[in-house]
Design a protein around this ligand. Structure first.
Ligand SMILES: *Cc1c(COP(=O)(O)O)cnc(C)c1O
Length: 382
């Protein structure tokens, strides 16, 4: 019998998310809604569909391994040199490349927790230690939902090679602001790479939340990770990119690129999407307006909801989380529970969000098939 590495055996098995069509069939309802993966609720951009059709005839060839056209488009978009840009097959793949490029076994990766689920997993695969710094409340008396940057700076030790700061944070939606982030970057040793994971940057409306690309200037140990999966609507095509202040950082990440892992269609679609920025801005504005409506609707129901700077909201339901998610799913609404902590709900269309709110009302009012838990307190009722 062949045996996987202990670190790999210890990893959680992959659990596929519920597919809305299957769920609707199972429940015998017209339509289930999926608010679980932070996609935007719009079809692909027209220019993307055109680019895909136009490029289909080239797919018998390997992709451009250097993604030259996309790299140039990104460099121009952000006012950086192409040598500072590393496109990849999704930001998650770039996360993995970062660990491969900077973490020898026995070194460490620091990040806040709860944050993006990939961080501990990629540390585990790399044989690196995870240094997890618990979130702290963003408002007095609230649930822990935001970065403790002083705590994060304090855990960085001689073995630490990489620090991830997810801003806004997935899954809580909170964002850290310029002065605290600058103070943090000033404290981290120059030998440690700080990656600002800005997967949701396009949805940020608070002017005090800094743009990582501006913040990294003059700081050679800072890089910014972005994705085209969220605001740009290319989740199914897998495109992300790293922007590094120091071209040597970009060069190191390019060296662990899995050859041809950024497909021809993905490259073409990403270039077309970048040319449709006005349209993307319009879509983002609609998502932001709906985020604010959804937040207000939830708060109006007496629920604690931190200010979200992303395209999802966080409900810190504590012990009630898993039961509420299951009860919502029983009503055709798929969300993303983090058992014992909270529920992440992607901002959908107004119609989808209304279906979610109606299902939530049923669940919390104790209508048939409910959990018996009081979601406000997380305490079992009776
Ligand atoms: C979604 C997400 C990503 C990555 O997305 P890709 O689809 O792999 O580009 C990276 N970081 C965070 C925090 C995310 O939520």
């Amino acid at each position: 019998m062949v045996i996987a590495r202990p670190a790999v055996q210890a990893m959680p098995a992959y659990r596929p998310g519920r597919n809305p069509a299957d769920l609707a069939r199972e429940l015998g309802i017209d339509r289930a809604v999926k608010l679980a993966s932070n996609e935007v609720p719009f079809p692909p951009l027209p220019a993307v569909l055109e680019a895909l059709a136009a490029t289909a005839g080239e797919t018998h060839r390997y992709p451009d391994n250097g993604a030259v056209v996309l790299t140039a488009a990104l460099a121009e978009r952000y006012g950086v040199d192409p040598a500072q840009v590393v496109p990849g097959g999704g930001a998650v793949l770039l996360c993995q490349q970062l660990a491969q490029s900077f973490n020898d076994p026995g070194t460490a990766i620091a990040f806040a927790w709860r944050s993006f689920e990939m961080y501990p997993l990629l540390a585990q695969v790399a044989g690196a230690r995870s240094l997890r710094v618990p979130l702290v409340p963003s408002s007095p008396g609230g649930s822990p939902d935001t970065h403790d940057l002083d705590g994060l700076a304090a855990v960085v030790d001689d073995d630490t090679r990489l620090v991830f700061v997810c801003n806004p944070n997935n899954p809580t939606g909170t964002a850290v602001r310029r002065p605290e982030l600058e103070r943090f970057l000033d404290r981290v040793p120059e030998t440690v790479l700080v990656v600002l994971d800005e997967a949701y940057r396009e949805f940020v409306t608070d002017p005090d939340v800094p743009d990582g690309v501006e913040l990294m200037r003059g700081r050679p140990n800072v890089a910014v990770l972005r994705t085209m999966s969220k605001a740009w609507g290319l989740a199914g095509l897998r495109v992300g990119y790293l922007l590094a202040e120091d071209p040597a950082v970009a060069d190191a990440v390019r060296r662990t690129h899995v050859p041809f892992s950024l497909a021809t269609l993905a490259q073409a679609a990403a270039v077309a999407a970048l040319r449709s920025e006005e349209e993307v801005r319009g879509r983002v504005a609609a998502v932001v307006a709906e985020r604010d409506r959804l937040t207000a609707a939830l708060r109006g129901r007496g629920l604690e909801v931190p200010d979200s700077q992303a395209n999802f909201v966080w409900l810190p339901l504590g012990e009630a989380t898993a039961a509420v998610a299951a009860a919502l799913e029983g009503r055709g609404v798929i969300t993303r529970p983090f058992a014992g902590e909270g529920l992440r709900v992607t901002v959908g269309t107004p119609e989808e969000d209304d279906l979610f709110l109606a299902a939530l009302d049923e669940v919390t009012s104790g209508a048939s098939g409910t959990t018996g838990d009081d979601v406000r307190t997380g305490a079992p009722v009776g």
